[in-house]
Design a protein around this ligand. Structure first.
Ligand SMILES: NC(=O)c1ccc[n+]([C@@H]2O[C@H](COP(=O)([O-])OP(=O)(O)OC[C@H]3O[C@@H](n4cnc5c(N)ncnc54)[C@H](O)[C@@H]3O)[C@@H](O)[C@H]2O)c1
Length: 336
């Protein structure tokens, strides 16, 4: 198989990475994954190991000799490995900065040497506290104080973006940056602070759905399959390098409405309980009221638009969480 047809996914045993791996395998590509299983799970990709076109390396992306070998073999790198989730970021601030910045530095330095095409996953967090919605890629960023750990994630990701764009400018490294907004779907775990699987688990267990703050903060949730299509299209287009693209849904919902919708869709008799942010994350936590992407740029570039509604997303998560809670296997929406 050609080097171009061989893809490396860092963080490929994680939530988004494991869906990306399946879709790329289904399209006939060879896929190598490197993941240290810090927040990812072996079970997310265990079934793929029977496929001769799939290889899993359980290791860290800062292992330079291994990364050299992998990046020499692969034409394209989807760089997803990262510290992820509000809870983890608040509890492990040093590891958050180290993983994000050092990992991306290794990927970009080696990509320059071996001329890989690279996609870097950044985040809507880089917009910070900006109240100007929808967020456009060229907007100013409004970050909070460095005394507040939450902003370390956004700043480390922004530094990744600067480094990627610098490699494009100085070396014409073919790198594209995506700013992911809230992405949800099967295999996302609740323990790192992800709201949809947490609410679904609470509803299915008949527990209170615990909403942080007043619940009027809103978000837009995009199905992971839509996100995966966006990532692949941006790389395959070949003319999106040197640019940044928002990827997310524009369907806005408040967290309180989300909780109510999940209670209704699961037929649960759970109650909704509000708690202050300080109780959930300790002092020094700040949150944004609204976060809506402008997706004009990606629509124009590759004609991408989300296809799943909020109700369909919840149905998919409910089916998976039900199956997991009863000890069953996770069903995939993509076959190969
Ligand atoms: N899910 C979202 O809503 C969302 C939103 C914005 C940005 N993102 C970005 O998308 C990417 C994927 O996120 P996800 O939701 O799939 O999270 P995830 O935690 O499921 O995936 C991240 C993966 O990276 C792995 N990893 C962490 N450090 C590593 C290291 N040093 N070496 C090798 N592997 C390592 C983890 O084990 C995990 O499998 C991340 O870069 C994240 O910042 C996700």
């Amino acid at each position: 198989m050609e080097r171009d047809e061989h893809v490396l996914i860092t963080g490929g045993a994680g939530f988004i990475g494991s869906h990306l791996a399946r879709t790329l395998l289904a399209s006939g590509r060879r896929v190598s994954v490197i993941d240290n299983l810090s927040t990812g799970l072996h079970s997310n990709v265990a079934d793929l190991e029977e496929n001769p076109n799939f290889r899993l390396y359980v290791d860290t992306i800062t292992d330079v000799p291994l990364m050299q070998k992998l990046m020499l073999e692969c034409g394209t790198v989807y760089h997803l490995a990262s510290a992820v989730g509000v809870r983890l970021i608040m509890e492990q601030p040093v590891a958050t900065i180290d993983t994000i910045y050092q990992g991306t530095e290794v990927v970009l330095r080696l990509a320059r040497r071996y001329r890989n095409r690279v996609l870097i996953t950044s985040t809507s967090e880089v917009y910070g506290k900006s109240e100007k919605v929808p967020y456009c890629e060229d907007d100013d960023r409004v970050e909070g104080s460095t005394m507040k750990h939450r902003w370390a994630y956004a700043c480390a990701k922004a530094l990744d973006e600067f480094l990627a764009l610098a490699h494009w400018k100085e070396n014409r490294l073919p790198v594209v940056i995506v700013r992911l907004f809230n992405t949800v779907g099967p295999r996302q775990r609740s323990q790192y602070g992800m709201v949809v699987p947490r609410f679904v688990e609470q509803a299915l267990k008949g527990e209170d759905l615990v909403v942080h703050g007043d619940g009027e903060q809103s978000r837009c949730f995009c199905h992971v399959q839509d996100v995966v299509q966006a990532l692949i299209s941006l790389v395959d287009a070949g003319n999106c390098f040197g640019n940044i693209f928002n990827v997310g849904s524009t369907e806005e919902i408040s967290i309180r409405q989300l909780a109510e919708k999940i209670v209704k869709q699961t037929g649960s008799d759970s109650q909704i309980r509000l708690i202050p942010y300080s109780e959930a994350y300790g002092d020094g936590f700040e949150d944004m009221r609204r976060r809506i992407p402008s997706i004009d740029r990606i629509q124009k570039a590759v004609n991408w638009t989300p296809t799943y509604s909020m109700s369909e997303i919840i149905d998919d998560v409910v089916a998976e969480v039900k199956s997991r809670l009863s000890g069953g296997a996770v069903e995939d929406t993509v076959s190969f």
